[in-house]
Design a protein around this ligand. Structure first.
Ligand code: FES
Length: 569
């Protein structure tokens, strides 16, 4: 029995409502026959000039449309909120869930049968996936693609990663301010997302490993004409997916999330992938917990890209991209379906590596173990994470005295004081930067090293917080401590001078203070008053879950695939 297409409830009626739905669309010049029941494909676009990473998505939308028309569908592009990571205050992460709501409600409210998600910049991909998952139509991702390699003074520089290095060099007096300012232009010299393996390229790589995009979607540069061809082919494929009734949840299964975790380790992906994958899985009612990320901790680091390695995404593309990684990971990958209808193993068929220093074979990895290590203990009862491949090996087993900053303002005001009581063994502890505390869980976990230590040549220290860090960042940084300080987690109870022990090997994060003293502190502790009392930020504060639940809003977990029954006027 042929399933009645969803769009018929909008465009298939002969009554007044059908007239209205069709007639107003016809003001754009669409002829009668496009309303004949063919698949209506929504093209969900996060293009914005305030999101420079996604500024190429207008052209890519045209590519998708070509493919949809060619395959006999009817493409309709629509905008959703765009999240410019480098431009939004207080932090783009605060708005990831708002984008997800925008996507969910738009996809549900309009008469589409399938949707192509056009995203790229860090929070746009997960926000779009979360929203689309909750409606569960046939769905494919087309990513914006990375910028060309940064170039400055004759060498390659990587977005994000080199910014952190340059700013530390300026603080250490090793780089002039003029050089620092001049590097800006060379770093971002084409459209596209950060060209390191930051969160954007990580999420695009994981989308490909989950089979939610066509092969090569992650790495092809934004300005490479093959990306336009990929958009075109995506348009063709989404029409077929509607005809096959191959839904989001048919592709995004528990197995494909496990493949994403394995791939995240192999590419040296961002720690942000943890909160995003947890949130997307939550929308699909897939049981995925922080502990599931441990399957990645034994996976070798294969992709030699910044921040864990030396190359950039353009090099990764020319070396063969994700299909080569999936070929190497074949012995580990779980059988899982893709948007092509076949198995994920098909993505690796015929893949050839053209530079085995950029994509290492399993037998010769860049590092023997990568992935994210989950930490637990009395300082993080619900977990915390660390990315060992981006950390200093000698600090992964460490005990030291805490130097506590109660907020990011406290940190900024005091970190560069000449009289700061700090040594290279000190553990920097930052509170108030979790989902509720900031709010929005900003990327401040890779706190700058105190200036007086930078001048002594210190470039890494153990740092602990309830914040996130940029996917382009590095260091021995413990992140996502849950529960966060603002929610009354033990992080709130740490005092300067307390001893803290980190063991990445044992997965432990301990505050070496006796239980009775901690209980005394707990009784005396009071949360800060909420920073925002109106609008979306209040909604977020009241409903956001902790990092171990993906920092989604509690009422958005799961999906609603029921037909929309009430008319819109
Ligand atoms: Fe947009 Fe890095 S800031 S991808």
């Amino acid at each position: 029995m042929t399933k009645t297409r969803r769009n018929r409830a909008w465009y298939g009626k002969t009554d007044r409502d059908g007239f209205i739905h069709r007639s107003w669309m016809k003001n754009q010049g669409f002829p009668d026959h496009v309303f004949d029941g063919r698949p209506v494909i929504g093209i969900c676009n996060t293009w914005s000039e305030f999101t420079p990473c996604n500024s190429g998505l207008r052209e890519l939308a045209e590519g998708v449309k070509r493919g949809v028309w060619e395959a006999g569908g009817f493409p309709v592009e629509f905008p959703v909120m765009s999240l410019g990571e480098t431009q939004m205050k207080p932090t783009a992460m605060l708005f990831r869930n708002l984008l997800a709501m925008d996507v969910e409600e738009s996809v549900r409210a309009y008469g589409m049968d399938g949707v192509v998600l056009l995203g790229g910049c860090d929070k746009t991909t997960p926000g779009q996936l979360m929203g689309a998952a909750s409606v569960d139509l046939p769905t494919i991702v087309v990513s914006a693609g990375p910028m060309l390699n940064g170039k400055w003074k004759g060498r390659d520089i990587g977005s994000g990663t080199d910014v952190w290095k340059f700013s530390e060099a300026v603080r250490a007096g090793e780089m002039t301010l003029q050089d620092f300012m001049a590097a800006e232009s060379g770093m971002s010299r084409s459209k596209g997302v950060c060209m390191t393996m930051g969160t954007a390229s990580t999420m695009a790589s994981l989308v490909e490993a989950m089979g939610m995009s066509l092969p090569l979607n992650a790495a092809l540069p934004a300005v490479d004409s093959r990306r336009m061809a990929l958009a075109h082919m995506t348009g063709r494929r989404i029409v077929e997916m509607v005809e096959e009734d191959l839904k989001f949840s048919d592709v995004a299964t528990r197995a494909s999330f496990e493949n994403a975790i394995l791939a995240n380790a192999a590419v040296g992906g961002s720690t942000n992938a943890v909160v995003h994958l947890l949130a997307i899985a939550g929308r699909l009612d897939i049981e995925l917990s922080l502990d599931d990320f441990e399957i990645g901790s034994e996976v070798p680091l294969l992709v030699n890209c910044m921040p864990s390695g030396q190359y950039l995404m353009e090099d990764f593309a020319y070396a063969g991209g994700m299909p080569v990684v999936l070929k190497e990971l074949a012995p580990l990958l779980r059988p899982a379906r893709t948007i092509m209808g076949g198995e994920i193993s098909a993505y690796a068929e015929g893949a050839e590596c053209y530079n085995d220093d950029v994509i290492r074979p399993l037998a010769n990895p860049l590092k023997p173990a990568s992935g994210v290590r989950v930490l637990r203990g009395n300082l993080a009862p619900d977990g915390a994470i660390i990315k060992p491949s981006a950390a200093s090996p000698h600090l992964l087993e460490h005990e030291g005295e805490a130097l506590v900053f109660e907020s990011i303002e406290d940190f900024k005001a005091n970190i560069d004081r000449e009289d700061l009581a700090v040594t290279p063994d000190t553990v920097l502890v930052l509170k108030g930067c979790g989902p509720k505390g900031y709010p929005g869980m900003p990327e401040v976990g890779n706190m700058p090293i105190p200036a007086r230590l930078v001048k002594q040549g210190v470039r890494d220290m153990v740092r602990i917080s309830d914040a996130r860090m940029s996917g382009t960042a590095f260091g021995t940084v413990v992140l996502h401590v849950a529960p966060e300080a603002q929610a009354g987690g033990p992080l709130a109870l740490v005092h300067t001078g307390d001893r803290v022990r980190l063991s990445a090997k044992d997965g432990k994060l301990e505050l070496l203070v006796d239980a009775a003293e901690l209980e005394r502190r707990r009784v005396a502790w009071r949360p800060d008053p909420p920073r925002y009392t109106r609008g979306y930020a209040k909604l977020y504060f009241d409903h956001v879950m902790q990092a171990d639940r993906g920092a989604d809003l509690d009422f958005l977990v799961g999906k609603d695939t029921r037909p929309v029954t009430r008319e819109s006027h």
